[in-house]
Design a protein around this ligand. Structure first.
Ligand code: AHG
Ligand code: MN
Ligand code: MN
Length: 348
């Protein structure tokens, strides 16, 4: 049994850590710091609802379809509302965009605007809600590009290289918030007894002995020869690594988090199973870019199979992208095998 009194080491709350990081930027106004606090608060609110998700009043779908054509679960709607309500009036944001909302989300006219742009996937892994498996929230923060007034679509359609901060919240056995402002990746674990995120994983770096590969192997019949060859390479002992074990949860945040801590690669290639989604399933703005920013900060790499995710100029709000993300040597091997085997398949 542990309680708040059983802590013996140095206790660092997320608020204190974010503030200490801000102090190394004397030019900082505190706006980004406060925006990160707002997200930590959203995380606590969504976590407390998630813990009770198995209870009857929240189980089941809301009976609507989101812009991706998928059924929206009630918890998705709750997470969407929470993130919106905590951020619409603070004067820190110019505009928001969410995986669950078709158009950009303007800041209401009655509230002031600020310098930042917030993009998010409010509830990632929604197919896992009803079966009590880990889910998450993903966010990215940009500086606005437009110079005055309400934020615009152009403020949202920025390459991931422009991110100033990104992170995720994992609602798992424990709730964790993991983020980076470009100065390493730091992880915090929520102590529900005291309602605080406490620093548990400072300066996360990828190990050079990766353990896992994560892919939906059920789609193997639809993979290109390059992705087939890549998967076989991952499974074998090679000069660079031992053969990897397969782990796949089906919640990107949870799969990413495990591989961040244990080393490995997650991929969701551009398979042909669903002709309506020829460019993969995951979204560039809400999923791939924030996680690509984090993986580079941890010493890894993310690619669409041909180029760095962070270098892609988005053209559409809900653009999908193939994603290979994890240890650099593993992701570069995916690029090499796709180059060799899929020259005709790149036009998928
Ligand atoms: P979301 O719940 O935000 O729509 O995202 C679901 C995504 C992602 O979390 C996961 O990696 C992937 O869907 C799993 O897809 P498959 O079931 O096709 O493997
Ligand atoms: Mn998602
Ligand atoms: Mn989602």
């Amino acid at each position: 049994m542990t309680d708040a009194n059983s802590y013996t080491g140095k206790l660092v709350t997320i608020e204190r850590y974010i503030l200490e990081q801000q102090q190394s930027h004397p030019e900082a106004t505190g706006t980004l710091t406060n925006l990160l606090y707002d997200l930590a608060l959203a995380a606590k609110i969504i976590a407390s609802k998630t813990t009770r998700a198995g209870l009857a009043e929240i189980l089941g779908s809301a009976g609507e379809e989101n812009v991706q054509g998928e059924e929206v679960q009630k918890l998705d709607a709750f997470a969407q509302r929470t993130l919106y309500r905590l951020n619409d009036h603070t004067g820190r944001l110019a505009v928001m965009a969410s995986e669950e909302v078709e158009e950009i989300i303007p800041i209401p006219e009655r509230f002031p605007v600020g310098p930042y742009v917030l993009v998010f996937d409010p509830l990632d892994g929604s197919s896992n809600i009803d079966v009590n498996v880990s889910i998450g929230t993903i966010f990215g923060i940009y500086r606005r590009k437009s110079t005055a007034g309400r934020g615009t679509l152009e403020d949202v359609l920025q390459p991931g290289r422009n991110l100033v901060a990104a992170g995720y919240i994992l609602y798992g056995a424990s709730t964790m918030m993991v983020y980076s402002t470009g100065n390493g990746v730091h992880g915090f674990t929520l102590d529900p007894a005291i309602g605080e995120f406490l620093l548990s994983h400072p300066h996360i770096r990828l190990t050079d002995k990766p353990k896992y590969y994560s892919v939906n192997q059920g789609y193997q019949p639809y993979w290109t020869p390059g992705v087939q060859a890549y998967t076989e390479w991952l499974q074998r002992d090679t000069p660079e690594k031992k053969g990897l074990s397969l782990r796949y949860i089906g919640s990107l945040v949870a799969d990413f988090h495990r591989n961040l801590l244990a080393g490995g690669v997650f991929y969701y290639p551009a398979d042909r199973k669903d002709p309506k989604k020829p460019g993969g399933k995951l979204r560039l703005i809400y999923e791939a870019n924030p996680l690509a920013f984090l993986i580079e900060q941890a010493g890894g790499y993310a690619s669409d199979g041909t180029q760095a995710i962070l270098d892609i100029q988005p053209t559409k709000l809900h653009q999908r992208v193939p994603l290979f993300i994890g240890n650099r040597i593993l992701v570069e091997q995916a690029e090499a095998l796709i180059r060799t085997h899929d020259q005709t398949a790149v036009s998928l």
